[in-house]
Write a protein that binds this ligand. Structure first.
Ligand SMILES: Cc1cc2nc3c(=O)[nH]c(=O)nc-3n(C[C@H](O)[C@H](O)[C@H](O)COP(=O)(O)OP(=O)(O)OC[C@H]3O[C@@H](n4cnc5c(N)ncnc54)[C@H](O)[C@@H]3O)c2cc1C
Length: 540
């Protein structure tokens, strides 16, 4: 489409919200351009706790958010079955916790009313013995526990599935493409100017422009002279490359906040902090005292936590709506769809606030607002329409594994990313060779992702197929990954090395805060080996 023929909607931001909006609008027959400055889901969405949950703690001060999240979670887990898995929490109670076991159980009884909305089971109360039988790592000091069921999700795949479906229904979606300017005429936003991945500056007209940039929305608003007010809050996680427990465990931090150690498929996330953030959104560093705060909190209920070796940290900034005076943790997770016409920027709509767990609803309401502006009448279908790979039931992983000659675990992981399209993915790649010993990702899947899923960097490959996500953190697989991606994208030998070096550097920033003394020594060895390999190859 040329600058002369406008899109109906230009959506800025390829996190879960923007991707959800692009999908919703294109399913309604609206022409869409979706622009993401980094990679799909690489902002706050990927740095989340990977949970589609209702948030029982919001019940005390933000009942509606819990209800809406549970309702929308019910839709999301139905349309995205292959990306979600049940996560069962044990919430242990210690003698001096702010909630004794009776209060905790009462809260869970209230939360049980919402559980059917998201197809989850009601809580159970456990004696201390029962809890410790289920998870022997729990502290002998606990006096009881309750259970709670939530859903885990791979946000990278969830975001990409929305992008993929938007493209199938006619949208144009570009990653590594940054909007640098909103073009206005008098009181109307007419177009966006953006920088493509190869540095070209392009203009695209949109009858409506949607600012779905999460914590960046004040910066994009400012491009149109609009003040979008958020109260951004930083959160970090510690990532362990294995399951520490089969249960997720909640704990109280030193300042009384709820911390979660979440058992996802093959790894554990320990989080999270929640602190007002005033810094640069492009470098949200993790501090060692944030790591100490999380470990101190979980250690009270799970004393052996320090014996486990983390592989990295993640950090992100919540796009929380502005409110004065409230303590960060008690801020509402509500969202707002803002039509800026009254502020002199007609044609610009911002979606601010919210949660991943209700992204579909946020996208629906934003798309409704866009359609009203366009005078376009079409109903939303995303509550029941399956995302790609969920149209039919996938075959048992063991059958796929034996037919394609890959380990059962590799087949299972492939299905969590591609559902019923898994075989097509392997066929296209043409090889079932395993790329990394610790994460059974096949080269075939990586080739498919590079050809069809907009992988442009090795960090994109990490998000799309989970390469370098296991205990080796890339040490055993990143050079081969660079070879595979590089041969698809036509990279020279030195471009492949540079890509591997960039990945290692980026990964290092996330790992440094959790390296103990032996970790630093190992890191130096690994980096030295990598430099040696590169020098050796360069000399050939
Ligand atoms: C630590 C933490 C844990 C969380 N855990 C959960 C959880 O478990 N469950 C839950 O429901 N919610 C959770 N949340 C909240 C949830 O992650 C966010 O509400 C949600 O992901 C926000 O999505 P988004 O698409 O609005 O923003 P983002 O994911 O940040 O997407 C915005 C995108 O806009 C892009 N962008 C910015 N400027 C431009 C530009 N000029 N041009 C082009 N693109 C641009 C960015 O690169 C970014 O990718 C958590 C948040 C944090 C910080």
């Amino acid at each position: 489409m040329s600058a002369a023929s406008p899109y109906d909607a230009v959506v800025i931001g390829g996190g879960v919200t923007g991707a959800g909006i692009a999908r919703d609008l294109s399913l309604r027959g609206v022409s869409v351009l979706l622009l993401e400055k980094g990679d799909w889901g690489a902002g706050t969405s990927g740095a989340s706790s990977w949970m589609i949950h209702g948030g029982p703690r919001y019940l005390e001060f933000d009942w509606d958010t819990t209800r809406l999240s549970c309702q929308d979670a019910g839709h999301i887990v139905t349309i995205a079955r292959n990306f979600v898995s049940r996560v069962l929490f044990i919430i242990p109670v210690l003698p001096h916790d702010k909630n004794n076991i009776e209060r905790m159980e009462t809260a869970m009884e209230v939360y049980d009313r919402f559980q059917p909305l998201k197809h989850a089971h009601p809580h159970r109360r456990l004696t201390a013995e029962e809890a410790r039988q289920a998870e022997p790592g729990l502290s002998p000091e606990i006096i009881g526990a309750v259970t709670m069921e939530e859903w885990g999700v791979d946000p990278h795949r969830l975001v990409f599935a929305n992008v993929q479906d938007a493209i199938v229904h006619g949208a144009r979606a570009l990653n590594h493409t940054q909007v640098t300017e909103l073009i206005r005429d008098a009181g109307k936003v007419l177009a966006v100017r953006y920088r493509t991945s190869d540095g070209a500056m392009v203009e695209a007209r949109g009858r409506v422009v949607v600012n779905a940039t999460g914590p960046w929305s004040p910066l994009v608003g400012a491009m149109a002279g609009i003040d979008v007010q958020l109260r951004p809050a930083k959160g970090i996680h510690i990532v362990y490359p294995h399951r520490i427990s089969n249960f997720s465990i909640s704990a109280e931090s030193v300042d009384g906040r709820d911390l979660l150690m979440v058992a996802h498929a093959g790894f554990t996330l320990l989080g999270t902090t929640d602190d007002d953030f005033y810094g640069d959104l492009e470098s949200v560093d993790v501090l060692e005292d944030e790591v100490d705060y999380l470990i101190q909190g979980i250690e009270r209920v799970f004393p052996s936590i320090r014996e486990y070796r983390p592989v990295r940290t993640t950090s992100g900034v919540r796009p929380t709506l502005f409110k004065w005076r409230r303590y960060e943790d008690e801020l509402s997770r509500r969202y707002e769809v803002i039509d800026h016409s009254k502020q002199g920027a007609d044609g610009l709509i911002t979606i601010a606030g919210g949660k991943l767990s209700m992204y579909r609803l946020m996208a629906e309401e934003t798309s409704d607002a866009v359609c009203r502006k366009l005078g376009h009448q079409a109903a939303c279908t995303t509550a029941s329409r399956p995302l790609p790979g969920n149209e039919s039931e996938p075959e048992p992983a063991a059958a796929l594994a034996s037919r394609c000659g890959i380990p059962a675990l590799a087949a299972l992981k492939l299905q969590t990313r591609h559902g019923s399209n898994s075989e097509k993915v392997l066929d296209e790649g043409g090889t079932s060779r395993i790329l990394c010993r610790c994460e059974p990702v096949t080269e075939g899947e990586l080739i498919y992702a590079t050809r069809h899923e907009q992988v442009r960097t090795l960090a994109d490959a990490f998000r799309r197929v989970g390469i370098a996500a296991g205990p080796c953190a890339g040490a055993a697989c990143i050079l081969r990954t660079a070879e595979v991606v590089g041969s698809e994208l036509g990279w020279s030998a030195s471009q492949r090395f540079e890509a591997a070096r960039d990945f290692v550097r980026g990964a290092w920033l996330g790992r440094a805060p959790v390296l103990g003394r032996s970790g630093w020594a190992q890191e130096e060895l690994a980096q030295g080996a990598m430099r040696g390999l590169m020098a050796g190859d360069g000399a050939r």
